[in-house]
Ligand binder design. Structure first.
Ligand code: SAH
Length: 214
């Protein structure tokens, strides 16, 4: 039903080389991305461009993140098998799939209902099994399922939501692009109840993390 041709696989190999040349060194992350048919996560009219290192529009005015950005954020997370990971902004589900490939238990929140529904169905069809996909507000995190080993935010956050800090385990990692436009990629490592180490990694551009009106 879903076609992943030699041509797609060949282009994917080239994308992996590109990511390496841009400084992605984690073999686990590169292997995971090499397993995933990114062209299926996008509108078929963009299929020929799926393995360029670019972001593309998806439904509901949202985007599928640039492969380099996905790789960079995932590398910062230092994912280990069975890690409990919360993702904010399910979107196309591509980042969700990367975390699943790495053997994580993935929880993900999306605020656009149509996108939430279509991506849930699509990931099931592809055979990915995230632990829980939630339709809701990422600013609140998922208190019922906390704490998490890692949290990844895939939309631009004007500030760091307090609930996300609170839902991180000690020694847990939160990767979040912070700011209006552009955002600064930021890694927080929780060192104690209220002690966080902070590291920054330069400018990125994301669609905004929106607050829910309801
Ligand atoms: N991880 C996605 C990136 C999608 S873009 C991928 O790999 O394709 C960011 C997503 O965050 C969008 O789908 C947007 O609808 C969603 N989003 C924005 N604000 C949100 C919020 N407050 N809670 C949950 N999701 C949100």
């Amino acid at each position: 039903m879903f076609k992943d041709s030699y041509k797609h696989q060949g282009k994917r190999k080239q994308l992996i080389e590109k990511l390496k040349s841009k400084g992605i060194s984690s073999e686990n992350v590169l292997n995971a991305i090499n397993q995933i048919p990114r062209h299926l996560f996008m509108d078929s009219s963009f299929e020929d461009f799926a393995y360029q290192d670019k972001a593309f529009p998806i439904a509901e005015g949202q985007t599928i993140s640039q492969p380099f950005t996905v790789a960079f954020q995932t590398q910062l997370l230092e994912v280990k098998k069975n890690d409990k990971i919360l993702e904010i902004g399910t979107g196309s589900g591509f980042q969700t799939a990367v975390l699943c490939e790495l053997g994580a238990q993935v929880f993900s929140i999306e605020r656009q209902q149509k996108l939430y529904k279509s991506t849930k169905r699509f990931l099931e069809k592809l055979g990915y099994r995230p632990k829980y996909l939630s339709f809701g507000d990422g600013y609140k995190g998922l208190p019922d399922y906390a704490p998490f080993d890692k949290i990844i935010v895939t939309a631009g956050a004007p500030f760091v939501p307090k609930p996300l800090m609170a839902q991180l385990k000690i020694n847990g990692r939160l990767v979040i692009p912070v700011g209006e436009d552009p955002q600064i990629m930021t890694l927080f490592i929780r060192k104690g109840q209220s002690k966080f180490d902070k590291h920054t990694f330069g400018e990125f551009r994301f669609v905004p993390l929106l607050e829910n009106k309801n």
